[in-house]
Design a protein around this ligand. Structure first.
Ligand SMILES: *[C@@H]1O[C@H](CO)[C@@H](O)[C@H](O)[C@H]1NC(C)=O
Ligand SMILES: *[C@@H]1O[C@H](CO)[C@@H](O)[C@H](O)[C@H]1NC(C)=O
Ligand SMILES: *[C@@H]1O[C@H](CO)[C@@H](O)[C@H](O)[C@H]1NC(C)=O
Ligand SMILES: *[C@@H]1O[C@H](CO)[C@@H](O)[C@H](O)[C@H]1NC(C)=O
Ligand SMILES: [Fe+2]
Length: 475
């Protein structure tokens, strides 16, 4: 009787060791596309235009400075330029402050844009609700937003992560699920409207997308990064410029972080330092983006902003058959820095599926020798692909087999992620899948901060064991 019991104990012990030591990934068999991958028709109520002559539409806000005391309010007037003024204040209906913005417009082949307004509200107080009003007379519209807490190591804050959103009913489902999570700011990882999928890059699909997402982005900032669908380089239409619609429509606070391009920049928000990179702008050594990133990483102060987060469009680690190795050139350029500066997580989009890596790096390889395979690396970021917003191109359901050792979890369903920064040491993270109209938390991770939780001298409390608890992964 005693021998089988002993065997069982030994076997469970071995099994436990196996779970602790071996990096084993998980590929979910759950694949769900709820609605067809076609865009919502232009005349649908989801895209309805506000009442009133020349009423401001496509209202959106983003952070307007480095530390969260400014907001850029943007909108489009379709018929005539109208006013660029924003009235705002801390009390509803009492807008005793005002700011004057500017407007711009552009053409793309046969499309003529409306009048796109951008107005900077600066000198705001932290942790404060502001009401704002744009437009005049019967066409005026009112919204509100909340400023983040002051930049501080223990400031808790909740980010949503959305990518490759598009404008299908799947996109709307993702958006509606996100809006129920309590997320305070969206980190958007590129590919917004997919207007470039239309004949002559129909700019009306930029306008409809602006109206679709207004329900969230008029009330909380979305931190923008550009994807390949923003490039819109169409020489056969005589359109030789790049990112024309995106740059006219979506302002970013790049000057505040000393960037010379709206396509790469950084912001600090609560306890996070967020670095936005452009996968489709030059980034090799000596280019402006490379020089800028080298300086920006030196500015990061983990005593103030423990959470270092990097956004880009093309993932550096991706084991999906789609867009395979498209992030390799940027990985070669920047991975060494990401490891050196102990970046907590890198969020990307592009691949229309979800994937999360272990902490791995592949920086020892050089073209004459060295390790050619990603290896576990405690200083490395976790790479997360959230390109599953739900656009018209559909899901990328063919993962490469076998699942590489660096890949922890992957599933080809639509959804979004939520990252709750609790304090300087802990963050709770969830990937939430769209599941028959429900939102289902599917990949739950507890993140220990790479600066505060990895160095025992800096930690306030004793290190917690890095055990797996009820399938909740911890890093
Ligand atoms: C606006 O109102 C707030 C209180 O609601 C007050 O503190 C502030 O001084 C006022 N500003 C101006 C410019 O009147
Ligand atoms: C912008 O709008 C003005 C006034 O309607 C128009 O004259 C001008 O051609 C437009 N510019 C572009 C680039 O479309
Ligand atoms: C290439 O990698 C090998 C092994 O890590 C190392 O010994 C060598 O110094 C590296 N060569 C260069 C030029 O960095
Ligand atoms: C940080 O947050 C985690 C998770 O909520 C909590 O367990 C921990 O005690 C907090 N640490 C401090 C120092 O408050
Ligand atoms: Fe993409």
């Amino acid at each position: 009787m005693r021998i089988p019991l002993l065997c069982l104990l030994v076997r469970s012990f071995i099994l436990l060791c196996f779970v602790e030591i071996v990096l084993s990934g998980f590929t979910s068999s759950f694949i769900r596309s709820e609605w067809p991958s076609t865009d919502i028709p232009l005349d649908s109520p989801e895209f309805s235009t506000p009442e009133g002559y020349n009423a401001p539409q496509q209202v959106h806000i983003t952070q307007g400075d480095y530390d969260g005391k400014a907001v850029i309010v943007s909108w489009v007037n379709m018929i005539e330029p109208g006013s660029s003024e924003v009235l705002y204040g801390k009390l509803k209906n009492q807008y005793n402050l005002s700011a004057q913005g500017t407007h711009t417009n552009y053409t793309f082949y046969k499309y003529r844009s409306g009048y796109i307004h951008h107005c900077l509200l600066s000198g705001l107080e932290h942790n404060t609700k502001y009401y704002y009003k744009i437009g005049t007379g019967n066409s005026a519209r009112e919204f509100w937003f909340e400023t983040p807490p002051e930049v501080d190591a223990d400031a808790s804050y909740t980010f949503g992560i959305i990518g490759d959103l598009g404008q299908t009913y799947n996109s709307l489902s993702t958006l509606e699920h996100y809006m129920k999570t309590g997320g305070q700011t969206v980190l958007f990882v590129g590919d917004l409207s997919y207007a470039d999928r239309y004949h002559d890059n129909d700019g009306n699909r930029w306008d409809s997308w602006g109206r679709l997402v207004e329900r969230s982005v008029a009330y909380q900032p979305w931190i923008w990064s550009a994807g390949n669908h923003e490039i819109e380089y169409k020489p056969h239409l005589g359109e030789f410029s790049t990112f024309r619609a995106y740059i006219h429509r979506y302002a970013t606070p790049h000057v505040a972080s000393k960037s010379n391009s709206p396509l790469w920049y950084a912001v600090r928000r609560a306890s996070a330092h967020i670095i936005v990179l452009s996968s489709y702008s030059p980034f090799v050594k000596y280019t402006p983006q490379w020089l800028w990133l080298r300086e920006e990483l030196k500015q990061v102060d983990r005593e103030k902003t423990p959470w270092l987060i990097v956004l880009m469009h093309a993932p550096l680690y991706n084991s999906n058959g789609v867009h395979y190795m498209e992030g390799e050139s940027m990985r070669a350029a920047f991975e060494r820095w990401l490891v050196h500066y102990k970046v907590d997580m890198v969020f990307a989009g592009h691949v229309h599926a979800y994937e999360r890596s272990y902490r791995v790096s592949n920086i020892n390889y050089n073209i004459t020798s060295g390790n050619r395979y990603p290896v576990p690396d405690k200083s490395a970021p976790v790479y997360i692909t959230v390109g599953d917003g739900g656009n018209q191109e559909g899901l990328a359901s063919r993962f490469l087999e076998p699942q590489p050792e660096y890949s922890a979890f992957r599933e080809a369903s639509y959804g979004h992620s939520v990252l709750e920064l609790k304090n300087r040491t802990h963050a709770f993270y969830n990937w939430i899948r769209n599941d028959d109209g429900k939102s289902v938390p599917t990949d739950h991770v507890v993140f220990h901060n790479q600066y505060w939780a990895s160095n025992t001298r800096r930690r306030l409390k004793k290190k917690q064991p890095n055990r797996q608890i009820n399938l909740i992964a911890t890093y």
